[in-house]
Design a protein around this ligand. Structure first.
Ligand code: ATP
Ligand code: MG
Ligand code: MG
Length: 372
């Protein structure tokens, strides 16, 4: 069988390996961590840095096509691999998604609605930024995730202090919005430009980390339609091939694009249990050049993230509470060390009625001690 390549060995890579195996493909995973969730179940685990030329050569030799599970893979790595093999998504799209300045400028130049922002290259740019941005959030342009590399700043002084604290890295200074709620959409786009979009999810965050996703999103139907149209436009403008996640704010009734991920998205995990085709199978399909699967959702779903925090004093959470719920599907990622804030797994509750699914999921979430 053909071998597919995956850059990164985290839980997203692991779900990709599972989907690929189910479809008869082998997978080679590149990840420097010997114990990475995807590396452990891959057919080939290249245990090396992402810019290790020997490992990249080996991957290019063995794999028919290569993708990524995280946006911070060096653009040079993707470009190198693309000289020898099909790489999806393209390095150019990943380069935009991995840099908040490039990303925001791309959205703005494409005419998409975004929160007002200024680019801060150096401390001297801070006093010159529009004072209407405050209260604001300062976000580092690179390597931020789960709200890391972000600071809420009330004024120029605080922005300066936060900028220095981040090591004077290039940042985006963004207006702090009044959020009604947040939504996201995952789609797959194939090489012919066909798009299969999953239903919009409604997302709640805790300490900057995704906590709960409700799918389909509640609220205004026009918001869901707009989110879909905007995400499709983003994919088209990038000439994107693969799976793309787009995050949105709904602020005072208005939909704004927040950021994108050039890969399956945590808020799309509900598709594993609630859709005809899940986001990882779509990633395999788009990569292997197969037609995209049916993205239809067959059951209302609520996904809850399980962070290391619920392993109190290292003790295993009371899983029997979760397994007592017949509509609950558990997904643990096989990580050995449960650190606070670390994504260890998630569960999804599906059922016939959206309201019942939500209350069941929230009850189990509460009983497992999530957020406490
Ligand atoms: P991710 O893990 O999704 O990649 P991230 O670290 O890249 O997260 P963002 O998505 O920019 O960060 O922000 C994390 C969360 O912080 C958002 O989902 C939202 O809840 C809140 N947030 C970010 N920017 C703003 C804003 N301008 N106004 C209000 N809330 C915001
Ligand atoms: Mg992000
Ligand atoms: Mg985000």
């Amino acid at each position: 069988p053909a071998m597919l390549g995956m850059l990164g060995g985290g839980q997203l890579g692991r779900f990709f390996v599972i989907a690929a195996h189910e479809m008869g493909y082998k997978v080679a995973v590149l990840d420097p961590d010997r114990n990475s969730p995807a590396g452990k179940i891959a057919d080939v685990h290249l245990c090396a840095a992402y810019d290790d030329e020997a490992a990249l050569r080996s991957m290019a030799e063995q794999c028919a096509a290569i993708t990524t599970e995280f946006e911070n893979v060096p653009a040079a790595t993707l470009e190198f691999l693309a000289q020898h093999r099909t790489v999806r998504p393209a390095a150019s799209a990943v380069a935009i998604a991995q840099n908040r300045v490039a990303e925001k400028n791309f959205f703005r130049d494409a005419g998409l609605p975004v929160a007002p922002y200024a680019v801060i290259q150096q401390a001297a740019d801070i006093p010159g930024a529009d004072s209407g941005l405050y209260p604001a959030i300062l976000k580092v342009a690179r390597f931020g995730y789960d709200g890391k590399g972000q600071a809420r700043v009330a004024n120029v002084e605080e922005a300066r202090a936060a900028f220095e604290k981040f090591g004077a890295e290039i940042c985006v200074l963004e207006r702090m919005l009044k959020l009604d709620y947040e939504v996201s959409l995952v789609l797959a786009r194939d090489a012919d430009g066909q798009v299969a979009a999953f239903p919009v999810a409604e997302n709640a965050h805790l300490n900057g980390i995704l906590d709960v996703s409700i799918a389909p999103a509640r609220g205004d139907e026009t918001i869901r339609e707009q989110a879909r149209a905007l995400a499709v436009e983003v994919a088209k403008k990038l000439n994107y091939v693969g799976v793309l996640g787009v995050e949105f704010f709904v602020s005072e009734g208005q939909l704004l694009v927040n950021e994108m991920a050039p890969r399956p998205h945590n808020s799309g995990h509900y598709t594993i249990d609630a859709c005809v085709t899940n986001q990882f199978e779509q990633q395999v399909r788009a990569l292997a050049g197969l037609p995209l699967g049916d993205a239809r959702q067959h059951s209302p779903a609520v996904m809850v993230n399980l962070l290391g925090d619920i392993w109190k004093n290292g003790a295993e959470p009371a899983w029997d509470i979760a397994f007592a719920e017949p509509g609950l599907k558990m997904h643990l990622y096989g990580k050995h060390e449960a650190r606070p804030g670390r994504k260890m797994g998630h569960f999804t509750v599906i059922g016939e009625r959206a309201e019942a699914v939500l209350s069941e999921a929230m009850q189990v979430r509460d009983q497992l001690g999530v957020g406490k």
